[in-house]
Design a protein around this ligand. Structure first.
Ligand SMILES: C[S@@+](CC[C@H](N)C(=O)[O-])C[C@H]1O[C@@H](n2cnc3c(N)ncnc32)[C@H](O)[C@@H]1O
Length: 215
């Protein structure tokens, strides 16, 4: 599970405000652009979708994008303040719903929505069991498509981080990672095929953006 202090920070109103403000920064705009470019390519394959779960939704950064592809969107996040923020930022936008839940315990039936979308959660989950359960839940709840990010164990950023920590040059904690093979195995067991999983950036980021389809 995410560290309790971190969760409390996200849940607090100030935490939601801070995260919202982050998106005015240059590096965020840059990674936003890269994410959108990859996602536009994914949606050429996916086409129109009927329903989507956006978990974690944060302040709703991706909700209008999902709606632009036809989806009625269910916005969900551990943080009540984030879920509330969605309604503040987009007061006029009709939603399928908003709810609070953990990313690894989704209170929905199997195949409840056509697309499950989980951007930038996995690397916040320090417990490897929870990290795995989160990915399994995404596949369980998706009727057809899953799009999500995770931090790749073999990424340059993580390898350097581990090496620096091992020789005492850094005191930073290891990243919360998954291996590519592990993600492929979870997808296969759930009956999904991974179409694409490129790095967001080869240098400076270890996130992979996965597009998977139920086969
Ligand atoms: C980096 S933000 C990403 C938000 C959104 N997907 C985006 O890309 O803008 C991480 C979000 O995960 C939520 N979160 C953290 N731990 C969580 C957990 N265990 N389950 C569900 N949501 C969680 C936080 O409240 C926060 O809104």
């Amino acid at each position: 599970m995410t560290l309790p202090e971190r969760l409390a920070q996200y849940h607090a109103a100030e935490g939601a405000e801070e995260y919202f403000d982050e998106y005015t920064k240059f590096h965020r705009k840059l990674s936003d652009r890269r994410e959108h470019k990859l996602l536009d390519g994914y949606f050429e394959r996916v086409g129109k979708v009927t329903t989507a779960l956006d978990l974690p939704c944060g302040w709703g950064r991706y909700m209008p994008y999902l709606r632009s592809h036809g989806a009625e969107v269910l916005e969900a996040d551990y943080s009540g303040s984030m879920v509330q923020k969605v309604a503040e930022v987009f007061p006029e936008t009709p939603l399928l719903g908003r709810m609070r839940c953990f990313g690894h315990r989704i209170p929905l039936e199997d195949k409840a929505v056509e697309l499950v979308f989980s951007m930038r959660l996995s690397h916040h989950l320090p417990d490897p069991v929870v990290r795995r359960e989160h990915v399994e839940e995404l596949f369980r709840v998706a009727e057809r498509w899953v799009i999500f990010t995770y931090f790749d164990r073999a990424s340059l950023k993580n390898v350097i981080r581990r090496a620096r920590t091992a020789i005492g040059l850094s005191k930073k904690h290891p990243k919360n990672t998954l291996s590519r093979a592990q993600v492929r195995e979870i997808a296969k067991n759930a009956g999904f095929k991974i179409h694409e999983d490129p790095m967001l950036f080869v240098v400076g980021s270890g996130h992979r953006l996965v597009l998977a389809e139920r086969v």
